[in-house]
Design a protein around this ligand. Sequence first.
Ligand code: FAD
Ligand code: FES
Length: 259
Amino acid sequence: MNYPKVTKMIEGKKENSDVKTLLFEYPEKTHSGQFFMIWIPGVDEIPMSVSYITKNVKGITFRKVGDATKALFNLKEGDKIGIRGPYGNGFKFNGKKILFVGGGTGIAMMVSAVEQATKKNISATVILGAKSKKELFFEDRIKKCGAEVHITTDDGSQGHKGFATDLAEKLISKNKYDLVLTCGPEIMMKKLFEICGNIPFQASLERYMKCGIGICGQCTVGKGLRVCEEGPVFDGKTLKNIEDFGVFKRDAAGRKIRF
Ligand SMILES: Cc1cc2nc3c(=O)[nH]c(=O)nc-3n(C[C@H](O)[C@H](O)[C@H](O)COP(=O)(O)OP(=O)(O)OC[C@H]3O[C@@H](n4cnc5c(N)ncnc54)[C@H](O)[C@@H]3O)c2cc1C
Ligand code: FES
């Protein structure tokens, strides 16, 4: 399982001008919130959360930002990639009424969590936040699972004008949620964590990864927690003690980068 399994891309779907979903045959049991290490031969190996889960086919959804994601974006059906995983812990759906908050590219992994939760008859309210309408994706896929969907855009080009956290604060003040799940920019997740107070909370963190299996120590946060192994999803109690949460991450050389 720790060697890349070479598989063919069976479908590629553009979600917007910069975001694409790739589907590939991969029968390993996978839970939402887990991730794969995706090897693009001759380019790089990068972590990607699962965004599509069926028994034999899995998918990833990504924004093209650099060499690896640009190479993935240009793959054609039938092209080969290497996949390791799934790795990490994934979300735990405790409760009957969950608020999901996905910001930016974080929407990509949130969709499979909403799909899995609604299949368990959990009532899902979903906030999708983006800078503008043209950066949004997956609204229809999430609506299809029967979730209550709210859109926020920073510039007001679709849905509520403002940040996802502003709307979350309003919804939390009027409704009782058993759990809040989030993935997105860490500043957004930190703000949401503060808003949630005592409401059970889970956030998916991203850190620069090399091995993806807990060996190299590259992705460590707080006091020795490896995002690839103990995460990427951390609950509120754990996040409270991770002093880097929402403050800084580390680059490939281990240097601190402030959010
Ligand atoms: C657990 C996890 C799940 C992720 N899931 C998704 C996803 O579902 N969709 C998505 O679009 N992105 C996801 N990412 C981020 C994705 O791995 C990076 O955007 C990607 O590695 C960028 O590679 P690049 O060569 O295209 O860009 P680069 O030019 O190399 O980098 C662009 C940005 O990505 C960061 N980055 C580069 N390499 C890594 C790495 N090995 N680990 C973490 N960050 C890196 C850099 O710090 C930089 O900020 C995830 C990251 C982690 C840790
Ligand atoms: S990436 Fe090596 S320990 Fe997490």
